[in-house]
Design a protein around this ligand. Structure first.
Ligand code: NDP
Ligand code: GDP
Length: 345
């Protein structure tokens, strides 16, 4: 009989890639949507898996939703990917973020403990928990120092998973994932914003790409590689926590240069801080400006992951490097920007 799996947040970037992987492996995939979800289908349709998902309703702030779902279906595996995932928004919605990204995780593990103890559980933890970094390369043993309500909430989710694993011998694992991107990345995140807006500028549909702090650096990988790591964690005889990362870190400014070059722009930078601008040397036009509205009350300056544990125990490693990742995103956004009939523009 096919294994039954629940993917919360199936309408998001990782949910789409993970459900495709699990369907290929022969799982019966249940995916959660909420009544307020607007564009349920686009990512799943992009990957050609929409029709194969069994949708179930889930609002994470409703305790009974979680309890009933866990009890009713007796899943073999649950991947909890649903979250308020945007760091900037968590500063404006700290309590909601605490509930969805923190407390809801406790609802899951408690529901599993009470009603479906055989279910294996994956929690989407994050490198943002390292925040103001305490070690040059961050691994499973690096001390956490969260710098946003998002990271604080995720830290609660992370520790409640560790606590239930240790208290009740549950198969509950956390993946501490560094930033991972793709053509399906939400448009509010910086890489996708950069490739989408630059593609629109190329096609004359936008004049300016507005950014915040371009000096921070991130360890960016490809989402398709990272969902393989999530799957591998739940196939281990014992649950544990694992960092997934590429081991390279790049500034936002350098990602802009990379994506711009792939589109055919040649950027020259002028000015400093809030007055910095990026000029396309070919057209002479200013196409990049700073808008302080995108600055954060507290910033995570650098993230750089050490994923040796996952490489050794899971046999996991990222296959897609940054240049190829940027290229995948640029190609997709150029296609979307070129297509005037596309409903999303
Ligand atoms: P997305 O923002 O693309 O997807 C988030 C998903 O959560 C969506 O399906 C969304 O549904 C759902 N969701 C949000 N709020 C609720 C709620 N109250 N009730 C039910 N569902 C809800 O995130 P990603 O796919 O990029 O990330 C997946 C997970 O991994 C998240 O938990 C994120 O925090 C974490 N993570 C991501 C990293 C990354 O670089 N991508 C790095 C480290 C961790 P809807 O479509 O209705 O909005
Ligand atoms: P995060 O690492 O989860 O916060 O991922 P983001 O993609 O949202 O942000 C990565 C970094 O890019 C952070 O240091 C942001 O401050 C920086 N950044 C600079 N400009 C922007 C912008 O316009 N939007 C976003 N989302 N981030 C920006």
């Amino acid at each position: 009989m096919a294994k039954k799996v629940l993917v919360t947040g199936v309408t998001g970037q990782d949910g789409a890639y993970l459900s495709k992987l699990l369907l290929e492996k022969g799982y019966e995939v249940y995916g959660t949507k909420r009544r307020t979800s607007s564009e349920i289908a686009w990512r799943l349709e992009y990957l050609g898996v929409y029709k194969d998902i069994r949708f179930v309703d889930l609002e994470l702030t409703e305790p009974h939703n979680i309890f009933n779902l866990v009890q009713k279906y007796q899943f073999d595996e649950i991947y909890n990917l649903a979250a308020q995932s945007f760091v900037r928004a968590s500063f404006d919605q700290p309590l909601y973020t605490a509930d969805v990204d923190g407390i809801a995780v406790a609802r899951f593990v408690e529901a599993i403990r009470q009603t479906s103890p055989q279910t294996k559980f994956y929690q989407a933890s994050t490198s943002e928990m390292f925040g103001k970094i305490q070690e040059e390369k961050q691994s499973e043993t690096t001390a956490f120092y969260p710098r946003s309500p998002y990271a604080v909430a995720k830290l609660y989710g992370h520790w409640i998973v560790v606590n239930y694993r240790e208290s009740y011998n549950m198969h509950a694992s956390s993946g501490i994932l560094f930033n991972h991107e793709s053509p399906l990345r939400g448009e509010e995140f910086v890489t996708r914003k950069i490739t989408k807006h630059l593609a629109e500028i190329h096609y004359g549909k936008r004049d300016i790409l507005e950014l915040g702090n371009m000096d921070s650096t991130r360890d960016w990988g490809f989402a398709g590689d990272y969902v393989e790591g999530m799957y591998l964690m739940l196939q281990q005889p014992k649950a544990d926590d694992y960092v997934l990362a590429t081991g390279e870190t790049t500034s936002i400014r350098d990602f802009v240069i990379l994506a711009a070059k792939q589109i055919g722009f040649d950027i020259e930078w002028q000015g400093k801080a809030e007055n910095e601008i990026g000029i396309d040397c070919k057209s002479g036009k200013t196409i990049i400006k700073i808008n302080p509205v995108h600055y954060r009350p507290a910033e995570v300056d650098v993230l750089l992951g050490d994923s040796s544990k996952a490489r050794k125990i899971l046999g996991w490693k990222p296959k897609v490097g940054l240049e190829k990742l940027a290229n995948m995103m640029v190609e997709a956004d150029m296609k979307w920007a070129a297509c005037i009939e596309q409903a999303r523009y």
